[in-house]
Design a binder for this molecule. Structure first.
Ligand code: COA
Ligand code: AMP
Length: 639
């Protein structure tokens, strides 16, 4: 038998030369109920599918398997919540017991394999139990980030049509109580589809009244007899995770059971270099892809210990909180967003708080979710004294596409500003507008040659046409990521940011297209543009430029207040939409397309050439003047 590839170059080459053979070998690491018959095949739509014929259960892999194989007493989940002053540790046996009983409770509420269950909760163990319980039953969970407003939740309810919604009664944002139950009730009232039940996890600081007949107490479900794992097909969906696209309708990214499990197991070892038994602290939210993959599924499927943190990188209680967690639980790998490091650095520029803790077990800091500036990268590396790995992925992929693979040999070291090299399974290429590879050093569109490896989205929830249109049609044979970037002469990739109407605000992916739709619906607004401008703390933040309808007399201050509340109420405070400026006109091409990129460069103070297609270059001067007057944009900020 051939020796399995160990070096990065061998692994990557092997994964592209014969994807089926490469992933079949990885799949053999997992305990299937029935081995797959076809490693890679195509469905009736011509979409690639992994591990057809295989049967498994993701909850079994994450819990039962470890309990049966010597890890029953090992810590599976550590909950650390400085906001509620709570710490708890759940062994694999304890987490299994809770999950099996909760699954029994869900089954008693009528949840069947394939049914959808929405989970609207902050980072609490009960949310992880809910996710795993759905997996146990073969039900499809859809976790909705707790920071989203009722409108966003309602849109997801109508799309996923969940039999049950599981929610917490509230969350704590630093010391501010966010009552989730009224938000949930408002969302259900707004949605056309009504779930049969809601399950409410009561939190003492936000007690919620339950509606008889519909609402059930979370604790009640735990009284049910344990449910066994339901074998599902490898291609059956494990979860739907909605992510922002270019319009108000989010994209329902599907993750299937088989490909996902293989990708999780592979990536935790190859990308993050973690062995079973080690501790990972992914400082994200279970509402995001990072939370799904690296708080919940990859660590548990691998037999690691995962830290679930409910708090902020700062103010809970200080900028040393991540280091305290890492020291207290012997964390080997921390994963967070550059924004979090920027927030910490702002409060502790010298990195003094790092020195208060014993971080001798910490081996790596991984960063993703947005572009990492060199200053942040260098600060993290020098303060922590461990390698910092910037790596690139998306909700759609579910796991890294570019990285420095510390679990493989002979890997080039990480470089500030670069997200590294293609992960085995991904043939990442930079293409021009015509779909042709560009020369080294030339910026272009970041695409991945098909097939995508296991774990990536096979399609969008009940919208094959949008999947094809949004990702596959532009360049046949490629998945289009929506990011721009380039590759240097040494093979390092650099991701420069989105080329569409998606922005990343403090690691939260949001749609400026959706914000424009909302602003445009205001009675005073004739047309508008929402730009994602550079922000020192959040990476990007949205700013609205608004043209009034003829005859409108509303003042800028009042309009701004109304538009700020509109976005807060419809999307959520996380959008950080704080500025709306009235402008006389918007710069457009002669064919009527708003020149958003040019406006962004203007606000950020970056050099740009005025596009030759602009209908009237003087508009840019008018807008520059407005940004200057208001002190909006890094180029004009008076802070
Ligand atoms: N539920 C309800 N509201 C939320 C929320 C949640 N889960 N998360 C954020 N918000 C609210 C905040 O309270 C704030 O409200 P305010 O405008 O009334 O003050 C608003 O949304 C903006 O939040 P945020 O951008 O998070 O600002 P912040 O000052 O509270 O914190 C950071 C700034 C940088 C510390 C924080 O954004 C952060 O930790 N970012 C990293 C995010 C991350 O890890 N993403 C995952 C990618 S891997
Ligand atoms: P999300 O789907 O929320 O994970 O967001 C994915 C988007 O975040 C990508 O399309 C990129 O625009 C951005 N992103 C993620 N990781 C990185 C990174 N390491 N460098 C630059 N941008 C990143």
């Amino acid at each position: 038998m051939a020796t399995p590839a160990r070096t990065y170059a061998e692994s990557h080459a092997a994964s592209l030369a014969d994807p089926a053979a490469f992933w079949a070998a990885q799949a053999r690491q997992l305990p299937w109920f029935r081995e797959p018959q076809e490693t890679l095949s195509q469905d009736d739509n011509g979409f690639d599918r992994w591990f057809r014929g295989g049967k498994l259960n993701t909850c079994y892999l994450a819990l039962d398997y470890h309990v049966e194989n010597g890890r029953a007493a090992q810590a599976a989940l550590i909950y650390d919540s400085p906001v509620t002053n709570t710490k708890a540790c759940y062994s694999y046996a304890e987490l299994l017991d809770l999950t099996a009983r909760f699954a029994g409770g869900l089954r008693d509420l009528g949840v069947l394999p394939g049914d959808r269950v929405i989970i609207y909760m902050p980072n609490v163990p009960e949310a992880v139990v809910a996710m795993l319980a759905c997996a146990r039953l073969g039900a499809v969970h859809s976790v909705v980030f707790g920071g989203f407003a009722p409108h966003e939740l309602a849109v997801r309810i109508d799309d996923a049509r969940p039999h049950v919604i599981i929610a917490a009664s509230g969350g704590l944002e630093s010391d501010k109580v966010v009552a989730y139950k009224p938000l949930l009730d408002a969302a259900i009232a707004q949605a056309d589809y009504k779930p049969a039940h809601t399950v409410i996890f009561q939190r003492p600081f936000a007690p919620a009244a339950l509606q008889p007949g519909r609402d059930v107490d979370y604790e009640e479900l735990l009284k049910a007899p344990a449910a066994e794992c339901v074998p599902v097909r490898a291609t059956d969906p494990l979860y739907i995770l909605y992510t922002s696209g270019t319009t108000g309708k989010p994209k329902g990214v599907i993750r299937d059971n088989g490909g996902h499990a293989v990708a999780m197991r592979y990536s935790l070892a190859a990308v993050y270099g973690l062995e079973p038994g080690e501790v990972i602290f992914a400082a994200s939210d279970i509402g995001w892809a990072v939370g799904h993959s690296y708080i919940v599924y990859a660590p548990l499927i691998t037999g690691c210990t995962t830290v679930l943190f409910e708090g902020k990188p700062v103010r809970t209680p200080d900028a040393g909180t991540f280091w305290r967690v890492a020291a207290e639980y012997g964390v080997s790998v921390i994963f967070t967003a550059p924004t979090a490091i920027r927030a910490i650095r702002k409060e502790d520029p010298e990195g003094r708080l790092v020195r208060d803790y014993d971080l001798s077990r910490l081996r790596y800091l991984f960063l993703a979710g947005e572009r990492c500036d060199s200053a942040t990268y260098d600060w993290a590396a020098s303060s922590l004294g461990v390698p910092v790995i910037d790596h690139w992925w998306q909700t759609e992929s579910g796991w890294p596409m570019l990285a420095t693979l510390i679990g493989l040999d002979e890997m080039s070291p990480p470089r500030a500003g670069s997200a590294g090299h293609p992960v085995p399974g991904y043939d990442v290429q930079i293409l021009d507008e015509a779909g042709q590879p560009v020369p080294v050093g030339t910026p272009g569109l970041v695409a991945v040659k098909l097939p995508l490896p296991p774990g990536c989205l096979p399609t969008l929830w009940q919208d094959d046409a949008r999947f094809r249109r949004g990702y596959l049609d532009t360049f046949p044979g490629y998945y289009l990521s929506g990011d721009g970037g380039y590759q240097d002469a040494d093979g390092y990739f650099f991701i420069m940011g989105r080329v569409d109407d998606v922005i990343n605000v403090a690691g939260h992916r949001l749609s400026t297209g959706e914000m424009e739709e909302l602003l445009a619906a205001h009675p005073a607004v004739a047309e508008c543009a929402v730009l994602g401008i550079a922000c020192d703390l959040r990476g990007q933040r949205p700013v609205g430029l608004v043209v009034l309808k003829d005859g409108q007399m509303i003042g800028e201050e009042q309009l701004e207040q109304e538009l700020v509340s509109l976005i807060r109420n419809m999307i959520g405070a996380v959008a950080s939409f704080r500025n709306a400026l009235i402008v006389k006109r918007l710069p457009k091409t002669r064919s009527g397309k708003i020149l958003r990129k040019t406006l962004r460069h203007l606000a950020d103070g970056e050099e740009f050439t005025v596009p030759s297609t602009i209908d009237d270059p003087l508009i840019l001067d008018e807008i520059r003047e407005r940004l200057h007057e208001r002190g909006v944009g890094l180029a004009f900020s008076r802070e």
